[in-house]
Design a protein around this ligand. Structure first.
Ligand SMILES: [Cu+2]
Length: 278
């Protein structure tokens, strides 16, 4: 039941963390599940449609074909790709194909190294609801890394205004909620259209190490929305149009980039926030 509990709770968990790739935290299932038949196999060209494909092999050696299903965002496989300067994010949930294969066409826009994160939610929910597998992809050409930039509380994107706290206070391993208010061009609260089972996705990457964490904003009463890490859990909520309450839970201190993805009025918007966790 604890996964469905209200807003925010702290729980001791025997197993380590479920959603972090931090090298300091052991991820038990990642040692025994493996990406098999990963494509692309070598370096690729920028700006061209590229097929990313893989199967997840179980410790037994047979492909994993039983994934969690149903409402909420914690289902199937989440494919998340970032450039190592964190200027680009690609986030898709490809459907499973025959034999447990996943296949998604994406465009890697610029040269450089990208990290592919496969965040899997198997039907078997124990010991952890999800685990991550990683692969790096090299895109040919000379990389021109973009600076991470700084935190901006108010951002205008695609006709919408996103207003976040002026100075968010974030500490490692401590669950925090960050409220973001979203208005349309007329200044009215935006209505969020669910996307991949959530009203918003908050995807966090640590600058440099590319440690990863992912939380979701769900409608009141939605289940399967809580994220776990190192004994703590967090879930975001949206109780009214224009309002997103984002759950933040970061495994380590330092500089993180949050990609806040939502569909106000049905249009996918990705808002970047550079956050410092103490
Ligand atoms: Cu998500």
């Amino acid at each position: 039941m604890r996964r469905f509990a209200a807003l925010l709770l702290l729980l001791p968990l025997a197993a380590g963390c479920s959603s972090s790739s931090g090298s300091k935290i052991a991820i038990q299932p990642a040692k025994v599940y493996r990406l098999m038949g990963f494509q692309p196999a070598g370096s690729i060209a920028p700006g061209k449609p590229t097929t990313v494909a893989f199967t997840i092999d179980q410790p037994s050696g047979s492909p994993l074909t039983a994934y969690h299903a149903g409402p909420g965002p914690h289902t199937g496989v989440h494919l998340i790709i970032v450039s190592d300067d964190l200027s680009t994010i690609i986030h898709r949930h490809p459907p499973m194909q025959a034999g447990g294969r996943f296949r998604q066409q994406v465009v890697f826009p610029t040269p450089g190294r990208y990290r592919v994160i496969v965040d899997a939610y198997p039907r078997q929910r124990q010991p952890l609801p999800n685990f991550q597998l990683f692969k790096d992809v090299q895109v040919r050409g000379v990389p021109r890394p973009q600076p991470l930039g700084s935190y901006h509380a108010v951002q205008h994107l695609d006709g919408f205004t996103f207003t976040a706290p002026r100075r968010p206070d974030i500490r490692a391993i401590q669950a925090t909620l960050m409220k973001v208010h979203v208005t349309d061009a007329a200044g009215k609260p935006a209505r969020f259209v669910p996307w991949y089972g959530a009203l918003a996705h908050a995807i966090f990457f640590h600058g440099g190490t590319l440690d990863y964490f992912h939380t979701h904003v769900c409608a009141p009463g939605a289940s399967g929305c809580t994220s776990l890490i190192g004994g703590a859990s967090v879930v975001g909520r949206s109780a009214a149009p224009g309002k997103l309450t984002i759950g933040i839970l970061l495994p380590t201190a330092g500089t993180w980039k949050l990609f806040l993805q939502s569909k106000p009025e049905g249009k996918l918007v990705t808002v970047p926030y550079v956050l410092k966790a103490r």
